[in-house]
Design a protein around this ligand. Structure first.
Ligand code: COA
Length: 338
C-alpha cells in the first residue's frame, strides 16, 4: 500500500440553488423528466464566484482539517475544465492563496476524471519519496460552458469545488487503474478559442485539413458550449466504472463485496444504479449527492469525500473505490483505505 491516505477534506458550494422547477422556466422540461432520467432535483450555480475562489476556499478547509502545515505541502495539483485564466494555472493560483510556498503546482486535464487522475499522480510522487504531502483541488464553474437553451445538457450540470490533502499517517492507496480512449472522444466535446490573428489568410497547407473529426458528430461545433451524445456517454460511463472498479479490486486482491464505499463521479443517478447492479453491490454502499448538486465535473468526487467526512462515513480502516469518467474519453479508479 502506498502511504498516500486522505488526511483532510474540504469543499465549497455556491449559495445559488437552481431547482428543476427553475429549469422548467427556461427550457421545455419538467421536474418529473429530470428526476426520472437523472436523479437530479437541484444544482448549485456560481453567483459570480470564480473557479479559483471556490478552489481556494475548499483547499483551505482541507488543509485545516488535515492539520498539515501548508509549507510542508510539496505538490499542488488542480483539476478543472473551467479555469478563470489560460495561465497561470489554477494550481498556481491556489498555491499562492493557501501559502503552499515550497510546492510545485500544475493542473491535470482529464475532464470529469481529473480528481482520480490527480490522486494517482499524487500517490506516485509520494511513493517515489519526492514529496510528502500533496494538495489536490478540483474546482468547476461548468455553468460557463453550459448552453442554457439546450435542455439535454443544461439540466445536468452544477458548480462547486472539493479538495483533499493526501500523505502518510492514515490509510493509503492499494491500487489504481487509469485509462483513456481518445478515439471515443467525439461524444463529449467543448470547443476552445479559435485561431485568430492579423496574418490569418485561411489558405492552409495541409491537404487533409485540420478538422478534428468532432464536427462529423456535431456540425454546429462553433461556440464554446458543451456538446454531448447522452446515450453514448451513458453507455461508456457504466462500462468504464464497472471495468475500473473490477480492475482495482482484482489488482489489490480484494473482492468487490469487501469494499465499504463506492465514491463515483456524480453524473447521473441511473449510471450509479446500473454500476451497482453490474457490480452486484447494494446502493447503500454508494455515496450519492447527485440529487442536490448535479454534475460538478471533476469536483464531484472530492465534494462527496468531504460530505463523508462531515457525516461520519469517513471511518479509518474502511475501504473505498473512487471511480471517475469523462470527456477524453478518460476514466479510472483507485482503491483506498480511508
Ligand atoms: N426535458 C425533457 N425532455 C428532454 C430533455 C429535458 N431536459 N432532454 C432531452 N429531452 C428529450 C429529447 O429531446 C428526446 O426527445 P425526442 O424523443 O422527442 O427526440 C427525449 O427526451 C429522449 O432523449 P434522450 O437523449 O434519448 O434521453 P436519455 O434517456 O438518453 O436521457 C440524458 C438523456 C442526458 C439524461 C442521458 O443520456 C444521460 O444522462 N447520459 C449521460 C450524460 C452524462 O453523464 N454526461 C456527463 C459525463 S461526465
Amino acid at each position: 500500500m502506498i502511504e498516500a491516505g486522505i488526511l483532510g477534506t474540504g469543499s465549497y458550494l455556491p449559495d445559488v440553488v437552481v431547482t428543476n422547477q427553475d429549469m422548467s422556466g427556461i427550457v421545455e422540461t419538467s421536474d418529473e423528466w429530470i428526476t426520472t432520467r437523472t436523479g437530479i432535483s437541484e444544482r448549485r450555480l456560481s453567483s459570480g464566484e470564480p473557479t479559483w475562489f471556490m478552489g481556494a476556499v475548499a483547499a483551505r478547509r482541507a488543509i485545516a482539517a488535515s492539520g498539515v502545515d501548508p509549507k510542508s505541502i510539496g505538490l499542488v495539483l488542480a483539476t478543472t475544465g473551467t479555469p478563470d485564466y489560460f495561465f497561470p494555472s489554477l494550481a498556481c493560483i491556489v498555491q499562492a492563496e493557501v501559502g503552499a510556498d515550497d510546492a510545485f503546482a500544475f493542473d491535470v486535464g482529464a475532464a470529469c476524471s481529473g480528481f482520480v487522475y490527480a490522486y494517482d499522480i499524487a500517490s506516485k510522487y509520494i511513493a517515489s519519496g519526492a514529496v510528502k504531502y500533496v494538495l489536490i483541488v478540483s474546482a468547476e464553474n461548468i455553468s460557463k460552458l453550459t448552453n442554457y437553451a439546450d435542455r439535454s445538457t443544461c439540466i445536468l450540470f452544477g458548480d462547486g469545488a472539493g479538495a483533499v490533502v493526501v500523505g502518510p499517517g492514515r490509510g493509503g492507496v492499494h491500487s489504481s487503474y487509469l485509462r483513456s480512449d481518445g478515439k471515443g472522444g467525439d461524444v463529449l466535446v467543448c470547443r476552445a478559442l479559435p485561431i485568430s490573428h492579423p496574418f490569418l489568410d485561411g489558405t492552409g497547407r495541409n491537404p487533409e485539413g485540420w478538422d478534428s473529426g468532432f464536427q462529423d458528430r456535431f456540425p454546429d461545433l462553433d461556440d464554446n458550449y458543451i456538446r454531448m451524445d447522452g446515450q453514448e456517454v451513458y453507455k461508456f460511463a457504466v462500462r468504464a466504472v464497472v471495468e475500473s472498479t473490477q480492475a482495482v479490486c482484482a489488482e489489490a486482491g480484494i473482492a468487490v463485496s469487501e469494499v465499504d464505499h463506492f465514491v463515483m463521479h456524480q453524473a447521473n443517478m441511473r449510471i450509479l444504479e446500473a454500476a451497482a447492479r453490474r457490480l452486484g453491490v447494494g446502493m447503500d454502499r454508494f455515496v450519492v449527492h447527485i440529487g442536490e448538486m448535479g454534475n460538478a465535473s471533476s469536483a464531484s468526487i472530492p465534494i462527496c469525500l468531504d460530505n463523508m467526512a462531515r457525516d461520519g462515513r469517513m471511518k479509518p480502516g474502511d475501504k473505498a473505490v473512487l471511480a471517475g469518467f469523462g470527456a477524453g474519453l478518460t476514466y479510472g479508479a483507485m482503491l483506498v483505505t480511508l
